[in-house]
Design a protein around this ligand. Structure first.
Ligand SMILES: Nc1ncnc2c1ncn2[C@@H]1O[C@H](COP(=O)(O)OP(=O)(O)O)[C@@H](O)[C@H]1O
Ligand SMILES: O=C(CO)[C@@H](O)[C@H](O)COP(=O)(O)O
Length: 521
């Protein structure tokens, strides 16, 4: 996991791109993949000061490279969804008055009542989820209000856990930010509001009325509304950049901070998603998202407010076992090399001679299942596959799951369907070929695999004119169009249709059942 930056000029050309890698560049925090996995294997956190230090570091890198901050008219950003930051009483004043002589992480050292922030990978709040669903009249009712049934990583349940376990820590907290609004707060020098789109990942926001749900707030913790502040439209200009950045880096005092949002909503903007398209992000998590007009929230998947158009929505599916699972199989079966991994995909046939696999190193979100399960063409469970077969089974399985669950949401692959792929693994054409074959649709990519960052740059420009009803699509019409990367092989649909049916049936067998023992890896 990394902190990344992109700057675009008036023609929307990328003029600067860089990143700070948490594990490599900030080894003093001793994270693995940017996170701490606690001994219960369920609790997952990241040190909040590492995020602040990463921001200091990336800005210093830009400064040393001669980047002219005075030309920046607006900035925005994105954060991993659901994670939360807890500001201690009195921190607002420290943030506002931070000395430009010091890196920000030094000034903010004592500002956080929870020093390790719960993040999206956490799944330790099962009891809080049940309590929330019960309090509002059931899982479907909660989904109808907030866009999702209760999910362990969703912020409301995380806050309920902190309140339940450490009420004094909760009481000491004056403000709770999402990762996105936290980063915006640093630039603003004041607490930034949560935007509607990222706010939809908390199990707290009424996605239709766009206000906090009193019954959800009350079920999670007392006095929560004040600690969250009022949510705002995602295109809102929050104010000018704080004097800290003008003094330390030379930003113009007129540079506007536009509300930050979640990484998936920002990717939707960066990929310039159109209705009918399907976006697939192959980052740490794999996500799939769609632009929709009239959503029907269900027990699976999430409905979020659309970050670029307040009247519409986006549907999101999240698969936790994405790149980290692929890396594990790469290390076990391809000597740690993506080249060798890709060669295995080339040397095996589409459909893998009927061999299918489910690869969930950690408890999956879609569907709720864990462990590695391999089946031969006769649906018999097998304990190992040859290395090349394993690699193809992993990639085909990951994409079949995406198609099956997108179709459950009501999505239909049509002749004009475009798949827009982004994220680290979208560098890999052999992986994209399997994606294209499984969906029987062409796959497009954009120049950068970093669509959340690019989308943040587009959203910053849009924020400057959004009040005059100009759409994001109008603002970015000069930006390069996504490029065709691969097309499906002939007869792909014929080959994969029966396999998709088999995969869906087998998935039912591997779904998590706490009383069954066959799920242990
Ligand atoms: N050639 C490749 N083939 C497959 N996966 C790749 C390749 N290059 C990078 N990746 C994967 O991309 C991941 C990073 O993706 P990225 O979108 O930057 O994630 P995040 O934004 O969550 O940090 C790495 O964990 C790595 O597994
Ligand atoms: O939990 C979700 C979406 O619901 C994740 O997609 C997070 O938003 C983090 O994503 P990465 O960019 O780290 O994969």
């Amino acid at each position: 996991m990394q902190l990344k930056v992109i700057a675009v000029d008036e023609q929307l050309k990328v003029i600067y791109e860089d990143n700070v890698h948490f594990d490599k560049d900030l080894p003093e925090f001793k994270t693995q993949g940017g996170v701490y996995i606690h001994s219960d294997r369920l609790t997952v956190t990241s040190p909040v000061l590492m995020w602040v230090k990463a921001l200091d570091m990336i800005l210093e890198k830009m400064k040393s490279s001669g980047f002219d901050f005075s030309q920046v008219r607006a900035l925005s950003g994105a954060g991993q969804q659901h994670g939360s930051v807890y500001w201690k009483k009195g921190s607002m004043q420290i943030l506002k008055n931070a000395s430009a002589e010091l890196p920000l992480h030094q000034s903010l050292q004592a500002c956080f009542s929870v020093s390790n922030s719960p993040i999206w990978m956490d799944s330790s709040t099962a009891s809080q989820c049940s309590a929330l669903e019960k309090a509002v009249g059931g899982a479907q009712h909660l989904a109808s209000i907030t866009g999702s049934r209760a999910y362990e990583r969703f912020t409301g349940n995380q806050i309920a856990k902190i309140y339940g376990q450490n009420p004094e820590v909760y009481m000491e907290t004056e403000r709770i930010s999402l990762v996105s609004s936290f980063a915006a707060s640093l630039f603003l020098g004041a607490y930034a509001p949560i935007d509607y789109s990222d706010g939809s990942g908390m199990n707290l926001l009424q996605i239709w009325e766009k206000v906090w749900s009193v019954s959800c707030l009350d079920a999670c913790a007392p006095g929560l509304k004040e600690k969250l502040g009022c949510p705002v439209p995602s295109h809102s200009v929050l104010g000018p950049i704080s004097p800290y950045y003008s003094q330390r880096y030379g930003f113009s005092p007129d540079c506007k901070v536009v509300a930050f949002t979640g990484d998936n909503p920002a990717s939707l903007a960066g990929m310039r998603l159109q209705e009918g398209d399907i976006a697939i992000s192959l980052g740490t998590s794999d996500t799939l998202f769609l632009w929709i007009q009239e959503p029907t929230p269900a027990l699976e998947g999430h409905i979020l407010c659309n970050p670029v158009d307040s009247q519409t929505y986006m549907a999101l599916l999240c698969f936790k076992n994405g790149s980290l699972m692929r890396e594990k199989v790469r290390d076990d079966c391809a000597s740690g090399s993506w080249d060798e991994f890709s060669k295995a995909l080339s040397s095996t046939v589409a459909g893998n001679n009927g061999n299918l696999g489910f690869y969930f190193d950690v408890m999956e979100i879609t569907p709720e299942a864990v462990g590695i399960h391999r089946f031969n063409k006769d649906n018999q469970k097998v304990s190992v596959f040859p290395k090349e077969v394993e690699i193809r089974a992993l990639i085909e399985g990951q994409f079949m799951a995406k198609r099956i669950h997108a179709e459950k949401l009501g999505y239909k692959v049509m002749p004009r369907t475009r798949i827009l792929a982004t994220g680290g693994a979208s560098h890999n054409k052999k992986i994209l070929q399997v994606l294209s074959d499984v969906f029987n649709a062409p796959v497009y990519t954009i120049d950068t695999t970093n669509s959340a960052c690019l989308g943040s740059a587009y959203r910053a420009i849009h924020g400057l004119v959004a009040e005059t009803s100009v759409s994001l699509a109008d603002v970015v019409k000069l930006a390069p169009e996504p490029k065709l990367a691969v097309t499906p092989a002939a007869r792909a649909e014929e080959l994969y249709r029966p396999l998709l049916e088999r995969y869906a049936e087998l998935e039912q067998k591997v779904i998590y059942n706490p009383t069954s023992s066959c799920l242990v890896k």
